[in-house]
Design a protein around this ligand. Structure first.
Ligand SMILES: Nc1ncnc2c1ncn2[C@@H]1O[C@H](COP(=O)(O)OP(=O)(O)OP(=O)(O)O)[C@@H](O)[C@H]1O
Length: 251
């Protein structure tokens, strides 16, 4: 596979006496679906927060597409192609599903539409937003108020809003959280359809989804990557199974 789009080297972070990221090295290959799993409190969200810019590492570097982004603010990372799925709280419930995606596209790429006259600009944004909704299977919900979508549909909408920013790397922190069994299956299909078109770094507790989707799985325990590899290798790794005793079932 191609060069890594994301490289973490010697990343460290502590909260007081608690070391939450303990020398993490990680490379996400372009075009891959790369999952990070680990027991509760292993430091997965803290790691994603450092990549997204919501938390600052104490040491180490974060390289996105060859550029050191370690000290950059969130908006600069977003400009360089890093997208984190919007939280449901960022969805405007009174706006249509389509308009939510159009607003995300406009917010990110407003300047690239500046040469369009307003009607053409609106058409271009609407077409782009519609394409993102088609990608996540929400095209038939385009004109419905976002507030009226089901929980699973809102999660799909968040992904569409992130896709509208044309990310080089999409960070997904627990996209299946709170979804029903059917919604999880649908979201798994949605993410499967993104394979090869987008590079995804996924934190997810739903092990069936992770093992179905991931090309590579990194296992984080107490802030360290204890194992990394293809799902089949991770599934049978004795250290991984020991770390998961009493936690989620590994399929
Ligand atoms: N802002 C903070 N201040 C202090 N401690 C924190 C902070 N954020 C996280 N922690 C602690 O760091 C540890 C790792 O938390 P984190 O949320 O990154 O783990 P996680 O692997 O995402 O957990 P989960 O699977 O339960 O979501 C936990 O012990 C948590 O209590």
């Amino acid at each position: 596979m191609a060069d890594p789009i994301l490289e973490l080297a010697g990343l460290r972070k502590s909260y007081g006496a608690l070391t939450v990221t303990d020398g993490v090295n990680l490379a996400v290959k372009t075009g891959a679906i790369h999952a990070i799993i680990g027991p509760n409190g292993a430091g997965k969200t803290t790691l994603i927060n450092q990549i997204g810019g919501q938390a600052a590492p104490d040491a180490g570097t974060i390289i996105l597409d060859g550029r050191d982004i370690t000290g950059l603010p969130i908006h600069a990372r977003s400009h360089l192609g890093l997208a984190r799925s919007f939280q449901i709280t960022n969805v405007l419930p009174g706006f249509s599903t389509l308009d939510n995606v159009a607003v995300a596209a406009q917010a990110h790429a407003g300047h690239s539409f500046r040469f369009f006259r307003s009607v053409a600009r609106e058409t271009a944004l609407t077409e782009k937003a519609m394409a993102c909704l088609e990608t996540v299977g929400l095209a038939d919900r385009a004109l419905i108020r976002a507030g009226a979508l089901s929980h699973g549909e809102k999660r799909a909408l968040e992904i569409a809003m992130a896709l509208a920013t044309e990310p080089k790397l999409l960070l997904l922190d627990e996209p299946m959280a709170g979804t029903t069994h059917e919604e999880t299956a649908r979201l798994t299909e949605t993410l499967e359809a993104l394979r090869g078109r987008f590079t995804i770094l996924l934190v997810e507790h739903d092990m069936a989804a992770v093992f179905a989707l991931a090309d590579t799985i990194s296992v984080l325990v107490y802030g360290r990557v204890i194992a990394e590899g293809a799902p089949d290798a991770i599934r049978t790794d004795p250290e991984v199974r020991a770390a998961y005793l009493g936690e989620e079932e590994i399929p």
